[in-house]
Design a protein around this ligand. Sequence first.
Ligand code: THU
Length: 146
Amino acid sequence: MADAKKPARNSGGGADDEIQDLMRVAHAAAVLAHSPYSKIQVGAALVSTSGEIFTGCNVENASFGLTICAERAAVAKAVAAGVTTFRTLAIASSQPHPLMPCGACRQVLREFATDLVIHVQGREGPRVDTTLAELLPRSFGPSDLG
Ligand code: THU
């Protein structure tokens, strides 16, 4: 079983076994979720352009609106480590279907990557392979401020 707490690397080649490996890291991260309210566990495994993997899980709060999604937790972890460019994101959850990233997470990811490849899988069943450009078309980003 992949260990979400252990630093890992990924070559990001996109071959199916590499995607499966990355999904396993995301599933391992989901197990660490703090989600006593929704009971939904979400894990993210974000791969930097140099192949480093940053994991995140959802962190809920008794003040519900303060909940942090798994994807944004992974982004924050990477940025705090000095890493701000990414190529791939795997999202796993305890739901039976692929739990797609929420709109807020799509925009936060957009801050750091326009050409991000995204793989999404529930606890069983099919995997959705998509891109951030597909999930957030005609997006607003840093260059709009220039
Ligand atoms: N959640 C995520 O972690 N990522 C998303 O993109 C969608 C939702 C979490 C937040 C909350 O803990 C639970 O799923 C139900 O909304």
